[in-house]
Design a binder for this molecule. Structure first.
Ligand SMILES: Cc1cc2nc3c(=O)[nH]c(=O)nc-3n(C[C@H](O)[C@H](O)[C@H](O)COP(=O)(O)OP(=O)(O)OC[C@H]3O[C@@H](n4cnc5c(N)ncnc54)[C@H](O)[C@@H]3O)c2cc1C
Length: 389
């Protein structure tokens, strides 16, 4: 068995790598075990919405300059509902922010993170093609089994195992209970080309079938179209011309005609969270700890705030106490409010904005109308979207 005296991160996605770089910046050595080969995600076009707070984190870690040419600023967010009155606009300059958020493809973000790690390799060891196959938590350490490139199983002992696998592999984590609500909805995502340029406007549109968003991304928009699975089955099966027509009907004329759609991908939507994100010698962060509906682009940003908070906690802890339950409990409590509010907020939007009851329709119209007239409410919303709770 291999023994290390520093934290080991399971999963080298964006949250795991931001944690690794934050620990390194604080002088804490770290090992990352990533299941895929290096650079495997570079071509992933999934659009991530980064908040202004996430930009600040990436700046502090020296990642932002590497991303500058790949991000598109969101200067205005336009919110409306199909078949109903009420709409509102949030504008960055009204809140003294250079942007309300940014859109970047997952692949471009991963490339920037990989470059940054290559520039500052000291104290970070990343093992690619090293999928973790098991985790045991003992009184004095966590023991991780992973597969080596040669196919053998290697066991690694660490005072602190950080699970950042996106919730993709370790379905059950010793001692931790997961609470999951399946929406029965899917998201269909892809790049679309419109008649009018995006002018850095992001559109969020609530339809009785589910929320949809158009996010400015380079020359195009990234579309996120959500709805019940049978409905998404229907629109996913349409040929491009019929798909663009259906999109126009659901979305309206704000961006002009829809001219072209790229490869369409879909994924199921759920709300999932761990009641408790730690046990002694083990802590869970990012999507592995909480998965939310993409309606307000919150999930990724909450995960980045997990990584930053955990790095602060670990670097403020004496090395012999890394993995001590009371230190991880302090981390867990520091994150509960932000995570809980993120989950509640997105769940609320899905429930209130995706249903066809007349009373609810009037209420959300009134809500959007009120938001457009109340600068203080808009300020609160922008602040929450930028920095979390
Ligand atoms: C299609 C899609 C669109 C999305 N759009 C948005 C959006 O617009 N805005 C937004 O904020 N969020 C969005 N999300 C959510 C966003 O992708 C996640 O919040 C984000 O990727 C979470 O990062 P993460 O590092 O926690 O997990 P992941 O990105 O899932 O990374 C996990 C990493 O762990 C690795 N791994 C998994 N299992 C193992 C194992 N056993 N051993 C070793 N390594 C392992 C994986 O290879 C991967 O590299 C979207 C999600 C999907 C699926």
């Amino acid at each position: 068995m291999q023994m290390v005296s520093h934290p080991v991160v399971i999963g080298g996605g964006p949250v795991g790598l931001v944690l690794a770089l934050s620990l390194q910046q604080a002088g804490v050595p770290v090992t990352v075990l990533e299941g895929q080969p290096a650079g495997a995600m570079a071509g992933d076009h999934r659009a991530l919405a980064l908040s202004y707070g996430t930009r600040q984190v990436l700046e502090q870690l020296g990642i932002w300059p590497l991303l500058a040419s790949a991000v598109t600023a969101i200067e205005t967010i336009h919110v409306s509902q199909q078949k109903g009155f009420g709409r509102t606009q949030l504008k960055a300059h009204e809140h003294d922010l250079p942007a309300l958020g940014y859109v970047v493809s997952y692949g471009a973000l991963m490339q920037a993170l990989d470059t940054r790690i290559a520039q500052s390799a000291a104290n970070i060891v990343i093992q690619y093609q090293a999928p973790v196959t098991g985790l045991e938590v003992h009184a004095s350490a966590a023991e991780i089994d992973y597969q080596t490139e040669a196919g053998a199983i290697q066991r690694l002992s660490t005072p602190l195992a950080v699970i950042a696998d996106g919730g993709r592999s370790l379905a059950s984590i010793p001692g931790l209970v997961r609470d999951t609500k399946h929406y029965g909805h899917d998201a269909l995502v892809g790049l679309v080309h419109t008649e009018q340029a995006h002018r850095n406007i992001a559109y969020e549109r609530f339809t009785p079938r589910g929320p949809m968003a158009l996010l400015p991304n380079g020359e195009h928009f990234s579309l996120v179209w959500t709805g019940e699975q049978p409905y998404i089955d229907e629109i996913a099966a349409l040929d491009d011309t019929a798909f663009l027509q259906a999109l126009h009907e659901a979305f309206g004329d704000r961006a002009g005609r829809f001219l072209q759609v790229g490869k369409r991908l879909r994924f199921p939507l759920k709300l999932s969270k761990l009641e408790q994100t730690f046990s002694a010698h083990c802590v869970v962060i990012g999507n592995a700890a909480q998965t939310m509906h993409p309606v307000a682009g919150q999930g990724f940003n909450v995960g980045i705030r997990d990584a930053v908070a955990l790095a602060k906690n670990v670097s403020a802890t004496q090395a012999h106490e890394w993995g001590a339950a009371h230190r991880l409990a302090a981390y867990h409590h520091s994150r509960q409010r932000d995570t809980g509010r993120g989950l509640q907020f997105t769940d609320f939007l899905v429930n209130v904005f995706s249903n066809d009851l007349i009373g609810v329709g009037l209420l959300r119209g009134a809500g959007l109308g009120a938001l457009s007239m109340l600068p203080s409410a808009r300020r609160l919303l922008v602040n929450k979207m930028s920095y979390g709770s």
